[in-house]
Design a protein around this ligand. Structure first.
Ligand code: DDH
Length: 288
């Protein structure tokens, strides 16, 4: 009677790179979605999974992937993110050993890098948790509010002004959808490429209230094709925020560095990692 040999599969860097490559391949194959990429909505999924973190109670964050379940999936801020979760389902089937929570964050990393953004070093080790870990509604930012709200929401996660402005540069990507948030339009002319254009446009364009029946938002006076949310406009109105908006508008390298650092922090909030910080994985992009 010999015991059958059992092997536990311990995924390593190369295994995560294979998952990265599978997401990147799907991203480039499905270029008929929205402005030509699932990248922005995948990044938004990773951000909304992470941005529920509360440092005081150490609850929320990307560990758990609780947005799979109601009530969190039905929170107003998460409208439309089912498209991102569904997009990743075939990847989960091909690599069943990865948790949804690690997969969603890896997809965020992949999206940033495949949309020509900076490298985002990654750690694995999140576990999926049940619906009892869903966070209460209201932890994500409300676009109709002002600077004190931005500071309250991001301060609760542990961020300072500089990181808040750097993270907001993600709005170079994607668009608002009237059937999701109620707002309408993209922030930049290249919504599937990460650049510092969001900051340049905030400072250089003339912005006026859009005349429509929808929620209060801004449009550029010149072309009336771009938009800004009330919270976006705070980054030029508020002096302390504006300092960083000006820095990032002038210096794309400074933006990329601060954005990468802040996103790494965001994606790791509240996760009890075993993988040490100095051994994060940096994935090869499809165009490296
Ligand atoms: Fe955002 N965001 N976001 N955002 N966001 C929306 C879309 C996208 C706010 C509100 C909205 C971040 C910060 C804020 C992305 C990434 C990030 C939409 C439109 C609203 C509204 C949703 C829709 O209708 O589909 C507010 C308010 C804030 C704030 O800081 C106060 C941050 C920090 C990130 C990040 O990734 C680090 C991306 C990408 C999108 C585009 C999604 C898409 O489908 O396209």
């Amino acid at each position: 009677g010999q015991e059958p040999k059992r092997r536990i599969f311990v995924p390593r860097f190369g295994d995560y790179q294979k998952v990265y490559d599978a997401i990147a391949k799907r991203l480039h194959e499905h270029d008929n979605y929205d402005d030509g990429s699932y990248g922005p909505v995948l990044l938004r999924l990773a951000w909304h999974a992470s941005g529920t973190y509360d440092k005081l109670t150490n609850t929320g964050g990307s560990n758990g992937a609780t947005m799979r379940f109601a009530p969190e999936s039905d929170h107003g801020a998460n409208a439309g993110l089912k498209a991102a979760r569904d997009f990743l389902e075939p990847v989960k089937e091909a690599f069943p050993w990865i948790t949804y929570s690690d997969l969603w964050i890896l997809a965020g990393v992949c999206s940033i890098q495949e949309m020509q953004g900076p490298k985002i070093p990654y750690r694995a080790g999140r576990s999926d948790r049940d619906l009892s870990f869903c966070t209460p509604d209201g932890r994500l930012p409300d676009a109709s509010k002002d600077g004190s709200h931005i500071r309250a929401i991001f301060g609760r996660m542990g961020f300072g002004d500089r990181e808040m402005v750097a993270l907001s540069g993600a709005h170079a990507l994607g668009r608002c959808h009237t059937d999701r948030s109620g707002y309408h339009g993209p922030w930049t002319f290249s919504p599937t490429t990460l650049t510092n254009d969001y900051f340049k446009l905030l400072l250089d364009e003339k912005w006026a209230y859009k005349k429509w029946n929808g929620p209060k938002q801004f449009e550029d006076v010149k072309t009336k094709t771009l938009m800004m949310l009330p919270t976006d406009m705070e980054l030029v109105k508020d002096k302390a925020f504006r300092k960083y908006t000006e820095l990032y508008a002038k210096d794309n390298d400074a933006f990329f560095k601060d954005f990468s650092d802040a996103v790494v922090t965001l994606f790791e909030l509240g996760v009890p990692f075993e993988q040490p910080e100095d051994l994060r994985y940096t994935f090869k992009s499809s165009f490296d």
